[in-house]
Design a protein around this ligand. Sequence first.
Ligand code: ADP
Ligand code: MG
Length: 241
Amino acid sequence: MISLKNVHKSYVTGSNSLHVLKGIDLEIETGEFVSIMGSSGSGKSTLLNILGILDNYDEGAYYLNGSLVKDMSEKKAAKLRNEMVGFVFQSFNLISFKNAMENVALPLYYQGVNRKKRNKIALEYLDKVGLLDWADHLPNEMSGGQKQRVAIARSLISQPKIIFADEPTGALDTTTSYEVMEMLKEINAGGITVILVTHEHDIAAMTQKIVRLKDGRIDQIIKNGDLKHFQHQYAKELETA
Ligand code: ADP
Ligand code: MG
């Protein structure tokens, strides 16, 4: 589903260039539940934004479902995003003056679905995340966990093949974080590929595969069966930190 070959990315500001991704090779199959870990500034969001076609890369190749994603026009990229992917962010990115139902319905608005129809579908998705009773509430009337559930419903309404989540539990307490992870797990069990960024090792341990970034490269890929080893190693790293 996802194949990266020697992907490089630099940010150029003025006369400075920051080489963030230094040759990423990565394969992710349909239906996987993957986390991307690494210290702050290691390029996790940069990688996720490239995977989600929100940003370009400089060198190498990114194949999504067999087709090369490179130097796409914004129009073509937007179309592919609409068909393929949903996003969830740490800060929820809800529109403050729209209620929960309208926020969830937003991707359908961009697809040209009429108001009555899109709001009806939005209510179905709010129901799926247990928030039907909150349909007419504004984001500032909801808890962080509820806002993230609204954001998850919004990410699902266009029936994506992949959900990208950038630190989806980063602004939530532990209990709420685990609820959000349960929800992502269920979504994944329904066949949707889920790729999330986190720097919390207990969150990463709930996924099936952990990709660790270090200095712009993939340092390590840990599969489900080896998570015990990962936790052991992580504990040792903490000791020596
Ligand atoms: P992470 O998500 O792992 O914390 P990022 O991918 O956000 O890291 O950023 C990697 C590096 O690139 C950081 O040093 C960051 O400051 C820098 N960076 C990120 N986005 C930009 C940008 N748009 N312009 C310039 N530098 C950026
Ligand atoms: Mg980040």
